[in-house]
Design a protein around this ligand. Structure first.
Ligand code: FEO
Ligand code: CA
Ligand code: CA
Ligand code: CA
Length: 593
């Protein structure tokens, strides 16, 4: 192996051209293979996938739908084997079942969806001919679904706002929902963000208490029946009966794949919002810092700084200590200021006269364990209704923060601000230096340097690394690099770093009328800003979960064929199985020939 002779020192692949093909396209000299697809067995004894004869019990033992984040944790003592953890963000029933009747789903269809959500833990092994192969490992392989018990931990565990008739303790929740991105912690566990959980909860319109109603509305929860009608089959999804059920989702969850019998947790200390994901770095003093985005137009960026220091090593004592690090600490939200005159941010997207979109900012504390820093909010209210607490301190409204991740090489933080077509619309906030374009269709990538390069600091400086879109357009910026040499990029979503510190970016919703893909860009030296496209995914799909090792790249191909007019009765993608098959979300490995 060792396909790059020691890593990605030079990104010397020939960039993939923009295209609309129904396949994964990789650079010349590289090979690819599907690692696992929706419906493939995860647990030993799981039935083979049969599109025409799906059952909930089969799905609960198979790879779930619409895999998003992907993370690898090494199997102890093995250099060629990992636990691969995937998020199953959401289901699209009209693509999963022929003749699906959206108004009247069957109980079996709903229970298939419960089993198709959640997470998968699968042992994968480097294959002799390249790529990765799945092992049906009896010890480690695991499925987490909407029925898996989670323990609620941290300062809001047991809160009055988390109690329901099924769980009067407010400390035990069944399931995780809409798990989007995530991160691998330095202690070998996986964090995963519960993102658009609002869509699963019905009948907010029947809630009469005005405070409760306003809180639900701030999280996008209003109206009557839910899209998938789960409330007909489990009353907890009916807010008229269980108004607190909504508060039991929207958390960062942590799962320990190395301990298959462990109960995964929901960390209340990291706040409740539409969590894209969370990524942790160990600060110089040993405390850990988690960076997070709330993926909504005009929502915020957060960080959490732990009270305790991480313990090194893999002893049981160290691991159990580290798994509690995210339960006590300080939660902050970001406030940004530009350094150029407001008149120079004219909405054209052209650079201000100092040559950069840049400035400084501060992390505003919201709460530390049982102490609130926000007037009018108890600590418990800060944690459970974090968006409202952040509103109250005047946090900076961003263009949909997706992944926020520190480079372990430099400690600098990168954030994907995917797009915000509402910026500058009547009644909405207009462009500012940090979000400089009105009707921002293509998004941008932000770089932050903490004061004294200390990740626990409360002050920072920032600049935009990329203002995405067509490089021929005057409202784009590629870190100062020659724009005639870069790949077009639109709607950055997930971020990863290779061993050399290059930034890798996957996209979702490419607004340049071509397929989504994966891009690499150096952030240091003369090549800073030289964006090169490494692969494209089939039409209708988004690219997510990138994992970049020196030997292979993994991407999640989420919702292939999700195109206008497509359905299980009229599939418009046949990837990856070809012929007349239905598309299947999958993990793909890419390696050098
Ligand atoms: Fe599920 Fe923010 O993407
Ligand atoms: Ca400036
Ligand atoms: Ca995402
Ligand atoms: Ca996305």
């Amino acid at each position: 192996h060792g396909w790059h002779g020691g890593g990605w020192n030079s990104l010397n692949f020939q960039p993939v051209a923009p295209n609309t093909e129904d396949r994964v396209v990789v650079p010349r000299g590289y090979e690819q293979g599907v690692v696992i697809r929706w419906g493939d067995p995860v647990l030993p004894g799981a039935p083979r996938f049969d599109f025409n004869r799906q059952t909930a019990s089969a799905q609960a033992a198979q790879f779930g739908y619409n895999n998003d984040f992907c993370g690898l944790v090494p199997v102890p003592g093995r250099r060629d084997r990992w636990l691969m953890v995937s998020n199953h963000e959401y289901t699209t029933e009209s693509h999963m079942h022929r003749g699906y009747d959206e108004a009247n789903p069957t109980r079996e269809q709903v229970e298939i969806a419960w089993a198709a959500h959640g997470m998968s833990v699968v042992v994968v092994e480097q294959a002799r001919r390249g790529g990765l192969e799945v092992r049906l490992d009896r010890h480690y392989n695991r499925r987490v679904t909407v029925r898996t018990p989670f323990a609620v931990t941290g300062p809001a565990a047991g809160s009055q706002y988390l109690r329901t008739s099924a769980d009067p303790t407010g400390r035990r929740v069944l399931g995780t929902l809409n798990n989007c991105a995530g991160g691998v912690t330095p202690w070998g566990t996986i964090l995963s963000g519960e993102e658009n959980f609002n869509q699963y909860l019905a009948n907010a319109q029947a809630v009469t208490d005005p405070t409760t109603k306003a809180r639900l509305a701030r999280y996008g929860i209003s109206g009557g029946a839910s899209v998938r009608k789960w409330e007909r089959f489990d009353r907890r999804f009916d807010l008229a009966q269980e108004p607190n059920e909504a508060n039991r989702f929207g958390w960062i969850v942590e799962i320990d794949p190395l301990d298959p019998n462990s109960t995964p947790v929901k960390h209340t200390a990291l706040g409740r919002f539409k969590h894209e994901g969370a990524n942790v770095i160990v600060a110089r003093d040993g405390r850990v810092v988690a960076y997070m985005g709330d993926d909504e137009r005009f929502d915020y960026m957060y960080k959490f700084v732990s009270d305790e220091r991480m313990k090194r090593g893999n002893s049981r004592h160290a691991r159990e200590h580290n798994k509690r690090l995210l339960d006590s600490g300080t939660l902050y939200v970001a406030r940004f200021r530009g350094d150029s005159p407001a008149a120079e941010i004219d909405g054209s997207g052209t650079l201000p006269s100092d040559g950069e979109f840049d400035g400084w900012g501060e992390w505003v504390p919201l709460a530390h364990n049982n102490r609130s820093f926000v007037e009018g909010f108890t600590a418990e209210e800060v944690y459970v209704f974090t968006r409202l607490a952040a509103d109250a301190v005047g946090a900076t409204k961003m263009d949909r923060p997706e992944d926020v991740e520190a480079s372990l090489r430099s400690g600098r933080i990168y954030a994907a601000l995917t797009n915000n077509t509402d910026r500058g619309k009547p009644g909405k906030e207009g462009p500012t230096e940090i979000n400089p374009r009105p009707a921002n269709r293509h998004g941008h990538v932000l770089e932050i340097e903490e004061s004294r390069r200390d990740n626990t600091a409360t002050r920072f400086s920032w600049r935009l690394l990329l203002v995405c879109g067509d490089p021929n357009s005057s409202d784009t910026y590629f870190g100062g690099y020659d724009k005639s040499q870069v790949s077009p990029i639109s709607c950055p979503d997930n971020l990863a770093f290779d061993s050399r510190g290059n930034l890798w970016i996957s996209t979702d919703g490419n607004a340049l009328s071509t397929n989504d893909g994966l891009f690499a860009v150096p952030v240091e030296g003369r090549e800073r800003g030289h964006v090169k496209q490494f692969l494209t995914v089939p039409h209708g799909a988004e690219t997510c979960g990138p994992v970049i090792t020196d030997d292979f790249v993994l991407v999640s191909v989420q919702h292939p064929g999700e195109l206008d007019g497509a359905s299980a009765d009229n599939p418009l993608s046949h990837w990856p199985d070809g012929g007349t098959s239905h598309p299947r979300p999958s993990v793909v490995a890419v390696w050098k020939k």
